[in-house]
Design a protein around this ligand. Structure first.
Ligand code: ZN
Ligand code: ZN
Length: 277
């Protein structure tokens, strides 16, 4: 069980490990390219070397990459769909060059097509981008906060995507705030047990690699993506205590994506929970 945060890589990817160490991360997450789109700087051997050296210097051993937000595999605009496929493949290759454990992405939304076709389009896109992929970075689908026609906000949608993906190594990134907003209760021991029973039944806990660890500003099932500091939102600290105490989740690592000013405190809260287990 490791804890960390989404940190800035502004000024160069090699700055991320220092930003992570400053706030007590045991694992960190970053964007390897502008999250709202645009082309990234190349990861030359020199950049990769600087990054690895910084990880060593700041004693970081585990890192993951969040894909840009502009991804939509279910877009009927071919440019967006093809761009999504290209960008996620690039992120896997870039992640492999940096030694990243995983890249997670939000599948997109079925705005212009029926949900079942959207799910098929996501799976087809993933199959296409994984063609000939030999890297070491694992691809993860992130549970979304279900607003509108978002794909992947329920366990059965994620299951349906994975069923159509011809690669068993594709995993899942849980997001506590997203799942809660999508209607999966996480507020106490009983609720946590039921939510992960459902996850196991639909998707399989063996696919679960990590979680984004955020409290939620909105109530259960409110279908909005609003992160809050741990213990200050509608999930509450007892929910996080229950998740940390669930032995089925002991292999996960947890990334807080709360506003930067509260990340250090949030990581401390998690470490405190862990020390009391
Ligand atoms: Zn995300
Ligand atoms: Zn979110």
């Amino acid at each position: 069980m490791k804890f960390g945060a989404h940190v800035s890589a502004a000024g160069g990817l090699w700055n991320a490990p220092e930003n992570a160490a400053k706030i007590g991360c045991e694992v960190f997450q970053f964007f390897s390219r502008p999250p709202q789109g645009g082309n990234p700087a190349a990861i030359t051997p020199d950049v990769a070397k600087k990054f690895r050296e910084a990880c060593e210097k700041y004693e970081q051993e585990l890192w993951v990459i969040h894909a840009p937000y502009i991804i939509n595999f279910a877009s009927t605009t071919e440019r967006i769909r093809q761009g999504s496929i290209r960008i996620i493949r690039e992120e896997l290759d870039r992640g492999s060059a940096l030694g990243a454990r995983a890249v997670m992405f939000h599948p997109g939304s079925a705005r212009d097509v029926p949900l079942s076709m959207g799910i098929r389009m996501v799976a087809d896109g993933v199959n296409e981008l994984l063609k000939d992929y030999k890297g070491t970075t694992q691809l993860l689908i992130e549970i979304s906060a279900g607003s509108g026609s978002v794909i992947g906000d329920t366990f059965d949608e994620v299951r349906d995507i994975l069923k159509l993906v011809k690669n068993e190594n594709v995993g899942v990134c849980f997001d506590t705030a997203h799942a809660f907003a999508s209607g999966y209760d996480l507020r106490d021991k009983k609720a946590v047990a039921a939510t992960f029973d459902a996850f196991d039944k639909e998707i399989g806990l063996e696919r679960l690699v990590m979680s984004h660890c955020n409290d939620s500003k909105v109530e259960l099932g409110a279908k909005k993506d609003r992160h809050d500091f741990l213990g200050e939102g509608h999930i509450g600290l007892s929910g996080f205590e229950a998740m940390m105490a669930d032995s089925r989740l002991a292999h996960l690592f947890w990334i807080v994506e709360t506003p930067v000013e509260g990340q250090e405190a949030d990581i401390k809260k998690l470490k405190k929970i862990r020390s009391g287990l």
